[in-house]
Ligand binder design. Structure first.
Ligand SMILES: Cc1cc2nc3c(=O)[nH]c(=O)nc-3n(C[C@H](O)[C@H](O)[C@H](O)COP(=O)(O)O)c2cc1C
Ligand SMILES: C=C(O[C@@H]1CC(C(=O)O)=C[C@@H](OP(=O)(O)O)[C@H]1O)C(=O)O
Length: 387
């Protein structure tokens, strides 16, 4: 299973094509729209989210509610397009004020300058439109399809925000169903209600100051069988693939699996998970510091992945920059912007983890059609029970 996305932030639509999904997977459009709605929420989002009400259109690969095995094409329209048609259309420019409308002041921390130099662009709009995290809307639609495949195998995911700026949530351990309930009710997707209030206050303060904030999100996936991924080749290691997937999200600068960076400061006896075996559960672990992955393969324990998001680059109190054309120092251009998108990004991290797990499931088991995939998973589970 693989996918690609296309589309600009202020173009007519975002598009994704998913190829390699088994046939006969039930697909609910409502379930996709529910994930799109989740991604739009969160304290700290800018005015763009008031314009958009993201809804998916499935234009191929699903018929009468089931995948057919053909590529699935998903579309999410940009409502904001109506305000940008003239600027973003594919027709040759007919305005006299072309130069005035060009974006020439690169924002530190965004893709503007590197993209303009690499692609030989005078107008950085040709870079910022595609580098924008608007792309994550259609990625979340892809993830919502992947989740519906995972659901068939009782694999479930949830996420929570662990940090925004200097405010860190205290460690709370709750079952996945409860975690999902609490985070859906929290405007910052945080399990610790005291910290959540502090996070919101901090976001309001940053916004007032024309500044921005980043943070840390954690994703947990349960029900994943032992042995997805492989130790035999670098690009088949599932921990590596998950790290790449998380780092591919706009503004993500770090990834941890399990206890992650904490492991560097501890002796092995306090890091590795002791192996146990019982008649009912088979092979298992006493702890899950490895976050469900060893040797590039799943251990059968919950997958725990954390991602670090840097603060949003567009600042209402902009940093200094240099004009691309005149080379004069300026403060960077101000595009309408979020001040903190960590709660929304938590849904995107869930998404990319779901996609990687669905891909690994399709690679490990027969995946032409759902019926054979289920048989293949069942046989594997019976084999594991016999070990
Ligand atoms: C959900 C989400 C929303 C974002 N919103 C904004 C935004 O409003 N303004 C902005 O400058 N960057 C925003 N970003 C981050 C930029 O897209 C990102 O920093 C930029 O593409 C440069 O890529 P890099 O930070 O990965 O190097 C957002 C990221 C995510 C995940
Ligand atoms: C549109 C989304 O996020 C956008 C991501 C983004 C960026 O530079 O990454 C810049 C902003 O775009 P705009 O300038 O249109 O307000 C955000 O709103 C979205 O998440 O759907």
């Amino acid at each position: 299973m693989r996918y690609l996305t296309a589309g600009e932030s202020h173009g007519p639509q975002l598009t994704a094509i998913i190829e390699g999904l088994p046939s006969n997977v039930p697909i609910s459009i409502d379930k996709i729209n529910e994930q799109l709605r989740r991604r739009q929420k969160g304290h700290g989002r800018g005015r763009r989210m008031q314009i958009e009400t993201d809804q998916v259109k499935i234009v191929s690969g699903v018929r009468h509610g089931f995948t057919t095995g053909a590529p699935v094409c998903l579309v999410v329209e940009n409502k904001d397009w109506t305000h940008w048609q003239h600027i973003m259309g594919p027709e040759p420019w007919d305005g006299e004020d072309e130069v005035k409308r060009q974006v020439t002041r690169p924002r530190p921390g965004h893709a503007d300058l590197n993209g303009a130099l690499k692609y030989n662009q005078q107008d950085m709009r040709n870079i910022l439109e595609r580098s924008s995290a608007r792309e994550t809307a259609v990625r979340v639609a892809v993830g919502a399809v992947a989740r519906q495949l995972l659901e068939q195998f009782e694999i479930d995911l949830g996420s929570h925000v662990k940090r925004i700026g200097e405010v860190e949530a205290k460690e709370v351990s709750v079952p996945l169903s409860e975690l999902k309930q609490i985070t859906e009710d929290s405007p910052v997707r945080c399990l610790d209600s005291e910290a959540a209030q502090k996070m919101m206050d901090l976001i309001d303060k940053a916004k007032e100051d024309g500044d921005s904030l980043g943070g840390i999100v954690e994703v947990i996936a349960e029900g994943v069988p032992i042995g997805l991924g492989s130790h035999v080749q670098w690009d088949r290691k599932l921990d590596g693939r998950l790290a790449q997937a998380v780092m591919s999200i706009q503004a993500f600068k770090g990834v941890e699996i399990g206890i992650g960076f904490e492991a560097a400061a501890k002796p092995g006896s306090q890091v590795h998970d002791e192996i146990i075996w019982t008649e009912e559960t088979g092979f298992s672990r006493r702890t899950n510091r490895a976050g469900g992955l060893e040797g590039g393969m799943t251990t059968g324990m919950p997958i725990v992945v954390r991602g670090v998001m840097k603060p949003i680059p567009t600042l209402y109190k902009p940093l200094q920059s240099v004009d691309l054309q005149t080379k004069e120092p300026f403060t960077a251009s101000i595009e309408r912007s979020d001040s903190c998108a960590v709660p929304a990004a938590a849904v995107v991290v869930e998404t990319v983890v779901a996609i990687e797990l669905a891909r690994a499931m399709c690679e490990t088991f027969h995946s032409d059609n759902l019926e054979q995939m289920k048989q293949s998973v069942q046989q594997y589970k019976e084999y594991l029970e016999s070990r």
